[in-house]
Design a protein around this ligand. Structure first.
Ligand code: NDP
Length: 483
């Protein structure tokens, strides 16, 4: 029996009121570990201590804070091989993606380490004679971070790093099906030169401990990534305490392929965008909006590429697509395949359960053809290795289909026309837009977020993160006349 991994409560590693087991979705006989589930009392204790620790942390010198964040980032990058393998083992993404994610998580910390020294305010003269104004940002206080399983280390890091950089305490509730990556990150943070209880790990189910966390008046701000229904529930809870909230949720991203596109590039962008991370990305290319002039040749190459994808154990060399994360996700994905067929779409390939030497949650990547944008498979986030081709007659129609969604996270165009790419970049109603690049895959030093049902509240990442993790103070100073 493996040793139970603990929560970090008020600065101490603590067993919970119960524990949960975590299994490898590539091989269900592989027990990743047992993980403590925090109690209500532990949540209260850690929130109380976080309030105390936050005041101490905010008063740390800038270089001391910078060094903490730099150490975390450097350790993540140095251990990306080992921690990436752990991530892939519990989440199911291929090893290269797991390693890449942990390395990227490190970069969030080193980026925000540098930001510790770049916190400049503004100053102004008052409209009143002899009065000066100083505008600066201060920490919000205690931040609750609720993160998903699909990028268990990166998403948490792009929230935790700016929260700490700007002087806040963090209480982190990770997704309950990727706890091993959470414990690994928490262990790195806990050993730094930080006040006791500045950073807490409260593993447990979203519906119980997560809900209690977002309802707590001791929390000053909540940053969430996950599904739209849970996001709406969190916003409802947050407003009761007037708690600041930031949410990144689902999407239905479109990649438009024009008649002048480099078709090999378009196909490789579509394959990577649709099936990277087993399609379980908020930035996945789940709608492929294709000009009729290149539709048939694009589809031929796309289906051939999809059929050629190697599905297998996440840790096995050569695997291009791992299993989906859970039985529940697999059931939902297969239900979407049935739904697409019942709506009249043609399934060109894939979309079926796969049997492997190890029992796991495997399915083949699927491509729907002859779809229309009003089908549910083109309106709802499936979070599956499934993509739909929508044929259009012109650039104008492509843009209108891309924008015809309640979501708005990312969109992309594949074209060699400067005029079309410029027009698309200016008129796509998404928070991120790409030209001849995948809809998935963004940098860490610039804003990330969407429109519509995809996001709510200030943008994440880059300098924009300061908007959420700080509050502005305007000081008026009358210095008087020197004697
Ligand atoms: P959820 O939105 O349920 O979970 C995201 C996070 O919120 C997890 O940490 C979860 O904890 C927590 N949570 C759940 N309920 C509450 C609550 N009432 N109060 C506070 N926290 C809560 O997503 P799922 O993991 O269930 O995935 C379902 C679907 O959501 C996916 O199929 C996909 O469509 C979408 N999704 C989108 C993501 C994105 O990046 N946009 C990421 C993940 C999911 P716990 O794990 O314990 O339930």
């Amino acid at each position: 029996m493996s040793e139970t991994k603990l929560n970090l409560i008020a600065g101490n590693w603590a067993a919970g009121e119960s524990e949960t087991e975590n299994r490898n979705p590539s091989d269900l006989s592989d027990l990743v570990g047992m993980f403590a589930q925090a109690s209500t009392q532990q949540l209260q204790d850690t929130l109380d201590q976080a309030q105390v620790a936050q005041v101490e942390w905010a008063a740390y010198g800038l270089e001391r804070k910078q060094s903490v964040l730099m150490n975390i980032g450097n350790e993540l990058m140095a251990r990306s091989e080992e921690l990436g393998a752990l991530l892939s083992r519990e989440e199911g993404k291929p090893l290269a993606e797991g390693k890449g994610e942990v390395y990227r998580a490190g970069q969030f910390f080193t980026y925000y380490a540098a930001e510790c020294l770049r916190q400049l305010g503004e100053n102004a003269d008052s409209v009143r004679a002899g009065v000066e104004i100083d505008v600066r940002r201060e920490a919000v206080g205690v931040v609750a971070i609720i993160s998903p399983w699909n990028f268990p280390t990166a998403t948490a890091s792009w929230k935790i790093a700016p929260a700490l950089c700007y002087g806040n305490a963090v209480v982190w509730k990770p997704a309950n099906i990727t706890p091993a990556s959470a414990v690994a990150l928490a262990e790195i943070i806990a050993k730094q030169d930080i006040p006791k209880g500045l950073f807490s790990l409260v593993m447990g189910s979203g519906r119980s401990i997560g809900q209690q966390l977002v309802e707590s008046p001791k929390v000053n701000a909540i940053s969430f990534t996950g599904s739209v229904p849970v996001g709406k529930g969190i916003a409802t809870a947050a407003i009761q305490n007037l708690t600041k909230v930031q949410m990144e949720m689902g999407s239905k991203n479109a990649l438009a392929v024009m008649d002048d596109a480099d078709l090999d590039l378009a196909v490789s962008l579509a394959l990577g965008g649709a099936f990277g991370g087993t399609g379980q990305k908020c930035t996945a290319s789940s709608r492929l909006v294709v000009h009729h002039a290149v539709h048939d040749s694009f589809v031929e190459k796309l289906v051939a590429g999809t059929k050629a994808m190697k599905v297998g154990h996440a840790l096995k060399a050569g695997t291009q697509m791992g299993p989906v994360v859970s039985q529940q996700q697999l059931d939902e994905n297969l239900a979407y395949v049935d739904l697409g067929l019942s709506e009249g779409a043609e399934l060109a390939c894939g979309g079926t359960r796969l049997e492997m030497p190890h029992e796991g949650f495997y399915m083949s990547p699927g491509v729907f053809l002859n779809t229309t944008n009003d089908m549910r498979i083109n309106r709802e986030e499936m979070f599956a290795p499934l993509t739909s081709v929508i044929k259009v007659g012109s650039y104008d129609e492509a843009l209108s289909v891309v924008n015809d969604t309640k979501f708005g996270l990312t969109s992309g165009i594949v074209t060699q026309s400067l005029a079309r790419s410029t027009h698309f970049r200016r008129h796509a109603r998404t928070g991120v837009v790409t030209v001849n690049l995948p809809t998935a895959g963004t940098d860490y030093h610039v804003p990330f977020g969407g429109r519509g049902d995809s996001s709510y509240g200030p943008r994440e990442q880059g300098k924009s993160a300061a908007e959420f993790y700080t509050t502005v103070k305007t000081a008026y100073i009358s210095a008087g006349t020197p004697s």
